[in-house]
Ligand binder design. Structure first.
Ligand code: AHG
Ligand code: MN
Ligand code: MN
Length: 338
């Protein structure tokens, strides 16, 4: 139970105050992201009403069809980032390359553009038309270059360098989950006051679960270790809590969020067709890995910790095994046999 009424902005400021050297810019940047997500939330809720559904007819850089709401979410987020002046580069799943940004001149001084931000503006876009939860994922790094617009080295840092990460789910209510390295905290949007209000502080994911989330339609394309692992989860063994229940929404944020709260393992493995799986390291795997580790869970590509992977390109994909620690460890054991 939350004993005091607290907004997202107040919460992040309180967190930042723990560090005397903090300038408040990270709080402002997170507040900008929350603002953009409130606008996206409104648009998602109105989508059916204002004829925004349907394809634009274009393909994004991943070769997938883009829906109008993806474009909308991407535009809002990148524009808010440009205006905020806190970042030197923004990277998005919907953009071919990164957008580099100059320092911003404001109040007669230059605002230091010291952060990098990565977005999956709308995750689960195949669910837009059917009223199933979708979301926005974000990830923030410190720049490594000294000044001016950001460069590719700023954008391709390892996941463990993240300073903050989070996601917003547009579901039965709109919720925001974030970490800035001091635990994982959950907020719920109160539409009447237009604020994200604190729901749960310091979320911890159960160490072991009874839920697995994977697209089992791909079974025939999996490695033998992966097949054996899922077969194992389905066998009956009361003592170890099997069989597991299967839960798969098809929106990573929604599947991940349920598993974070109830315990569970989400898997998008490599398969015969997609040697590196489907999900993107920078926009999906790294931010959720930061959150899951902060909540006491584990995240790997089946063999190595996700946040230790050195990214080679912005849109790089990775297999993903993420969730309750013991379940991910068990999956890794099976995959070792491959
Ligand atoms: P996005 O909508 O950002 O492209 O991501 C879609 C992802 C993810 O949300 C989900 O877990 C996965 O695609 C589902 O893929 P399958 O349909 O192959 O199961
Ligand atoms: Mn996605
Ligand atoms: Mn997306």
């Amino acid at each position: 139970m939350v004993s005091k009424f607290n907004t997202f902005y107040r919460h992040i400021i309180e967190q930042e105050r723990k560090f005397p050297e903090a300038t408040g810019q990270l709080s402002d940047l997170l507040a900008d992201i929350a603002l953009a997500c409130k606008v996206i939330s409104l648009e998602v809720n109105r989508a059916g009403l204002i004829d925004i559904l349907g394809f634009t007819g274009e393909e994004n850089v991943q070769g997938e069809q883009v829906k109008k709401l993806d474009v909308f979410a991407n535009d809002i987020l990148t524009n808010v980032m440009k205006q905020g002046g806190h970042i030197c580069a923004v990277c998005s799943e919907e953009e071919e390359s990164f957008i580099s940004l100059e320092e911003k001149f404001t109040d007669n001084k230059f605002l230091s553009n010291k952060y990098i931000c990565h977005f999956d503006p709308l995750d689960g876009s195949s669910n837009i038309d059917v009223n199933v939860s979708i979301g926005t994922i974000f990830s923030i790094y410190n720049r490594v270059s000294k000044s001016g617009p950001g460069d590719i080295d700023d954008c391709l840092q390892k996941g463990y360098e993240q300073v903050a990460a989070g996601y917003v789910i547009y579901g039965s209510s709109t919720v925001l989950t974030y970490t800035a390295g001091e635990g994982v905290h959950l907020f719920t949007l109160d539409p009447s006051v237009g604020e994200f209000l604190l729901s749960t502080e310091n979320i911890s994911i159960p160490k072991k679960s009874r839920i697995y989330s994977v697209n089992e339609g791909n079974y025939s394309k999996w490695s033998s270790g992966m097949k054996k692992y899922v077969d194992h989860l389905k066998q009956v063994d009361k003592e170890s809590g099997r069989p597991y229940s299967s839960r798969y929404v098809g929106s990573l944020v929604a599947d991940f969020h349920r598993n974070l709260i109830y315990g569970g393992i989400f898997i998008y493995p490599a398969d015969k067709k997609n040697k590196n799986g489907k999900l993107r390291l920078m926009y999906e795997a790294n931010p959720l890995s930061y959150i899951v580790e902060q909540a006491g869970g584990r995240s790997s590509d089946g063999k190595n910790r996700i946040m230790d992977i050195k990214p080679e390109s912005l849109h790089q994909r990775t297999p993903l095994f993420i969730g309750s620690e013991e379940d991910v460890l068990m999956a890794e054991k099976f995959l070792k046999e491959d």
